[in-house]
Structure formats: C-alpha cells, structure tokens
Design a protein around this ligand. Sequence first.
Ligand SMILES: CC(C)(COP(=O)(O)OP(=O)(O)OC[C@H]1O[C@@H](n2cnc3c(N)ncnc32)[C@H](O)[C@@H]1OP(=O)(O)O)[C@@H](O)C(=O)NCCC(=O)NCCS
Length: 168
Amino acid sequence: MGSIRLAVPGDAEAIRRIYNEEVLHGIATFDLHPMETEAAARLVAAHQPPLHPLIVMTAGEDIAGWGSLSPYRTKEAYRTTAELSVYVDGRHRREGVGSALMAELLRMARAAGELHLIVSVITSGNEASERLHRRFGFSFGGHMPECGKKFGRWLGTDTWYLQLESDG
Ligand SMILES: CC(C)(COP(=O)(O)OP(=O)(O)OC[C@H]1O[C@@H](n2cnc3c(N)ncnc32)[C@H](O)[C@@H]1OP(=O)(O)O)[C@@H](O)C(=O)NCCC(=O)NCCS
C-alpha cells in the first residue's frame, strides 16, 4: 500500500477522476454532472488542516483514493462538526485504502482538538461505506427516504456520526 499525505494542487486531476467515476457510474454522490477541472482545484484549495484536511493515498505515481473533512453546515455553531468523505479508485477497492484514509482522517480530527462530531451522509444501500463506518465506531443517526433520484430510481440517505472526545 502507498502512503498518505495532504493533497497538493497537482492531485486535483486524480481526485476529480476518482470522484467522477462515482458521479457517472455510482450512487455514492448525488452529483449528476462530472466535476470540472476548476471545481477540483477549488476543492483542494478550500481544504486546509487542522479542521478541514483533504488527504490522498498514493499508489506509485498515481492516487488510489482520497478523503476529506469539510464544514458540515455554514452556520457558526456547526463549527465543531465536520462532514467526512472517502472515495477510492475502483481499481483499488477492497485493499484497505478506505480504512487507511478513514483512520488518518479521524486521527487528524482528534488532533485538531476543536472537532466534536464527525458526520457522514451515506446513500442507503451503500454496503461498503456502511461497513467502513461501522468498523470505525460510527452510529446510525437516521434515514431520509427518497430524497434524490439518479439513474431513474429514488435514493435515500442514511446519516452516520462519530462523537469525538473533544469539547470543541
Ligand atoms: C466505500 C469505500 C470508500 C470503501 O473503500 P475500500 O478501500 O474498498 O474499503 P476497505 O478495503 O478499507 O474496506 C472497508 C470495509 O468495507 C467492506 N467493503 C468494501 N467494499 C465492499 C463491497 N463492495 N461490498 C461490501 N463490503 C465492502 C470491507 O469488507 C470492509 O469491511 P470490514 O471492515 O467489515 O471487513 C469505496 O468502496 C468507495 O470509494 N466507494 C464509492 C464512494 C463511497 O461510497 N464513499 C463513501 C461515501 S462517504
């Protein structure tokens, strides 16, 4: 397995490619149109530690997957909550990449000292993501039925959360 590091601007294209696989062929994201080059550059620039890191796992010269902590909502009292995302290249799934990215994001979240809750919004039926979150101790926070439509079928979402020890 490769190593994990903070994303740099040169990773934007690989991040975009991995994400767009899921936009076009998967249900993990409700985006219907591929992420553009400029949006990927903005995504990398907008994520900064300690509260909102964007990390990648390398695979030789390539990127096997990426993960991020993002602001959950913009209103100020939500500052102690972050939303987690993990996307692994289809060629590298089931190799422990998602788990390694998750472990590092949670380590960074704890080290930040100001985050109290990590939230993930998972498309219902995404068994891989559900297993990943269970494995790291996340709890089920609620189900929203039929809140999106993709590939001609209704999709619901499940909210999963992990409380950190920090008081924020
Ligand atoms: C979810 C995802 C990140 C998992 O990444 P991964 O590198 O394959 O995960 P790992 O190899 O570390 O495995 C993590 C757990 O998921 C399980 N898993 C992985 N792929 C699976 C699949 N297709 N079906 C069922 N379980 C699966 C593994 O068995 C493991 O479970 P365990 O710990 O109970 O044994 C990856 O499938 C992915 O990128 N999916 C599309 C995007 C997505 O759903 N992101 C999550 C939204 S926040």
